[in-house]
Ligand binder design. Structure first.
Ligand SMILES: Nc1ncnc2c1ncn2[C@@H]1O[C@H](COP(=O)(O)OP(=O)(O)O)[C@@H](O)[C@H]1O
Ligand SMILES: [Mg+2]
Length: 240
């Protein structure tokens, strides 16, 4: 296995008294794409919130490239190179496209091998955003808002990119465009967690698959192996 970009080790997380993640462990390898699947309410977004420090875990550890981050505040975890494209996109509606990108910008780590992301390189990836650069985000379509949300995350020059249901609510053609972008980002060497409810989208693109069921890890596998053997999917996702 490649070096670990992100490790969750026996993570326990609560909302108040509600024990939402129970002993969750998984490893995202460097330059790999891990598909995180599970039904609605399984705990996928909670895993993302724990990873970026929005919900500190009550037990267990989160490591980014071997460094413990689970006691750090969100801004220091972001500074270690972890970026989240949140579920529901959450761009700043009253700012323009260009302003949304500018406020997200963060300088890359000094040792980074990659050219830093700029508004121009984001526009190179999403030409539609260039055309709309002076428009308020509120006036963008759902697909364009998703592209902007991804662009905002890239402007932080992440080493680990977390994407929480980027296909949600988008037309199939736009979903295909977003997936093609994710594939390019993976090929550029970024380590990615892609959260989705639909395995169909994820199997095409993921190296590794983790399935959550009621806040616990139910399946850890490679995409190839799981695709050959659908039984676990049926049990945990109710598909096929
Ligand atoms: N802010 C919150 N307060 C209390 N419970 C929450 C909160 N967010 C999510 N939950 C609960 O935690 C569980 C996991 O939710 P979530 O991580 O959002 O699941 P998923 O992203 O897989 O749909 C669900 O039972 C959900 O109702
Ligand atoms: Mg969710």
């Amino acid at each position: 296995m490649a070096n670990s970009a992100l490790t969750l080790h026996n993570v326990d997380a609560y909302y108040g008294d509600s024990h939402v993640l129970q002993q969750v462990s998984f490893v995202l390898g460097e330059a790999r794409l891990l598909g995180l699947l599970g039904r609605n309410g399984a705990g996928k977004s909670t895993c993302m919130n724990v990873t970026v420090g929005l919900l500190p875990p009550r037990g267990g550890e989160v490591e980014v490239f071997g460094e413990l981050v689970s006691r750090l505040p969100p801004e220091l975890i972001a500074a270690r190179g972890v970026a989240l494209v949140p579920q529901g996109r959450r761009v700043f509606k009253s700012l323009t496209v260009r302003e949304n990108l500018a406020v997200a910008a963060r300088r890359p780590d000094p040792g980074s091998r990659h050219a830093p992301w700029t508004a121009e390189t984001v526009f190179g990836m999403f030409p539609r955003l260039r055309e709309r650069r002076s428009q308020m985000a509120a006036h963008l379509s759902g697909g364009e808002q998703q592209m902007l949300a991804i662009g905002r995350a890239l402007m932080t020059n992440p080493r680990v990119l977390l994407m929480d249901e980027p296909s949600e609510g988008l037309a199939p053609q736009i979903v295909a465009e977003v997936m093609a972008t994710i594939r390019k980002l993976k090929e550029s060497g970024l380590s990615i967690v892609l959260v989705e409810q639909s395995p169909k989208l994820v199997f095409d693109i993921a190296d590794d698959i983790v399935i959550l069921n009621s806040g616990r890890v139910a399946v850890v596998s490679t995409a190839d192996r799981l695709q050959r053997d659908g039984t676990d999917l049926q049990q945990h996702l109710g598909v096929f």
